[in-house]
Ligand binder design. Structure first.
Ligand SMILES: [Zn+2]
Length: 489
């Protein structure tokens, strides 16, 4: 079988075959660092974190590059409006680099909390101006760009005479013509659908660099082409990002790569992988609708639509419970259900580690393990994989209670699958929300006191302890021979 990924470029699932095994090069568009990390950031980061972890689990040596956009991303996502970072810096009366570094740090903090591994390389756009200028120069030399008044634009008309344009998004130039607005300041373009590779900067512009065309700054799209190709070569294996980046950003990247390197660039990357977006109770998430939720607001419960805070693993679990190509609809009830599901699996995990082996097995383990990996291989279907774990939680309680049995070999295999998939590949942390060992000892202590009270026929105290434990999220399960416990939200 092996891993299959849905390739946006070919619109089908394809077997994943790296260009230079065992090496895999993966580039994912990182954040534009001008605001707090939000649900959209979390979903993209967790999606590609799972892909990064799974590729490594499969034995590949992965170089994962995820950039920081700290210049050139304009408000309109195209060539219009103010630079997002400059605007924030102007509003807050600080240097652009202060904005970039503050929000880079907040992004790291939020993603670390979510258990997202850091990429192998995290290049900044401002740190790679030379590579961007070199790429633009080569595109100019090959005749697919033109310079006007110190700005350089990609010449879409010249490009499409040599290469098909719109191949990733499926947009035709006719659609682009219909959708293009000829805004003021864009009149220097030959065609409104040409896009900026380099923009001239006025002397007052706070971020500018020397270039062969005078002082200026790069366009957003060229940054990602230049940084990905610099670290991964061209073509490389996987280019990822959110669905909203397909056009214009990723279409522009492919255009630039082929304008620069010709046919050999081969669409810049072999597999273009896109995660779907987050909606909030069925609506698009946006600042103007007031339903914009940051990751920090979920952790602290400070958003007006939330009644309480949730641990990072509840959010990670919510993201994993949807297939990455489906929309993820966020609501507090969905988050609470995810938290409940996370605790249920972590309780089962803890119990499974306490199971003792037997001389025979009550049920087969190998077939189940194969189903779990088949789900992951099927375009990273984390939702289907988690469903298979849920199916086992009842049996694990029975294993722990010695009502079902596994041989040492089967038990080892089952424990290994739970650990490898839930912890190593899906990145769930069983002890992320509490210090488990301290917590367990404290609960055991209370349960011992309760047993003591019951043996002294002090049932009022025993019941009080049970109810108080329930209030802090610990459910007590009495069996004739012993007492177990589990957590609820
Ligand atoms: Zn990008």
């Amino acid at each position: 079988m092996g891993l299959q990924l849905y390739n946006t470029l070919t619109r089908q699932k394809e077997h994943f075959k790296p260009l230079h095994p065992p090496y895999v090069g993966m580039y994912v568009c990182g954040p534009t660092v001008y605001g707090d990390p939000h649900l959209g950031h979390a979903r993209a980061a967790v999606t590609f974190d799972v892909l990064f972890r799974y590729l490594q689990y499969l034995g590949y040596r992965v170089r994962y590059v995820r950039n920081i956009t700290d210049v050139g991303h304009l408000e309109g996502d195209a060539d219009e409006g103010e630079d997002k970072i400059l605007k924030k810096a102007r509003l807050e009366k600080v240097e652009p680099i202060e904005i970039a570094q503050r929000y880079t740090a907040l992004y790291h903090k939020a993603m670390d909390a979510l258990g997202v591994l850091r990429p192998s390389i995290e290049p900044t756009a401002t740190g790679h101006i030379a590579q961007q200028i070199a790429m633009i120069q080569r595109i100019l030399e090959r005749g697919y760009a033109y310079e006007v008044n110190g700005s350089v634009y990609l010449d879409v008309e010249a490009y499409r005479k040599a290469y098909p344009y719109g191949i990733l998004s499926g947009r035709s130039v006719e659609e682009l013509i219909a959708g293009s607005r000829d805004l003021e300041g864009q009149s220097e373009k030959r065609n409104p659908w040409d896009f900026a590779l380099w923009k001239r900067a006025e002397p007052s512009h706070l971020m500018q660099w020397d270039s062969p065309w005078g002082r200026g700054y790069p366009g957003w799209h060229i940054e990602c082409s230049a940084m990905s190709i610099h670290y991964l070569g061209v073509p490389f294996d996987i280019h990822g990002g959110g669905l909203d980046l397909i056009f214009p950003h990723h279409e522009a990247e492919i255009t630039q790569a082929q304008a620069c390197y010709g046919e050999e660039a081969c669409h810049q990357a072999r597999y273009w992988v896109h995660n779907n977006l987050v909606t909030i109770e069925g609506q698009k998430m946006s600042k103007s609708l007031g339903n914009f939720i940051t990751v920090e607001e979920i952790f602290t419960g400070t958003h007006p639509q939330l009644s309480r805070g949730y641990p990072p693993m509840a959010l990670r679990f919510l993201i994993l419970q949807a297939h990455y190509r489906s929309t993820l609809d966020f609501s507090e009830s969905a988050l609470l259900a995810a938290y409940r599901g996370y605790l249920r699996l972590m309780t089962a995990y803890r119990r499974l580690m306490e199971v003792r082996p037997h001389v025979y097995s009550s049920f087969p383990v190998k077939a189940w393990r194969e189903k779990v990996f088949a789900a992951l291989d099927d375009d990273l279907n984390t939702a289907a994989a988690l469903a298979l774990f849920f199916e086992q939680t009842e049996d694990i309680l029975k294993l722990r209670r010695q009502e079902l049995f596994l041989t040492q070999e089967d038990l080892d295999s089952l424990q290994k699958t739970w650990k490898e998939v839930l912890l190593d590949i899906l990145g769930l942390q069983p002890d992320a929300h509490v210090k488990w060992q301290q917590w367990e000892r404290a609960i055991q202590l209370l349960l011992n006191l309760r047993r003591e009270a019951r043996s002294n026929k002090n049932y009022a105290l025993a019941d009080l302890l049970r109810d108080e434990l329930d209030r802090i999220g610990v459910k007590v399960l009495d069996f004739p021979d012993e007492t177990l416990w589990e957590m609820h939200p």
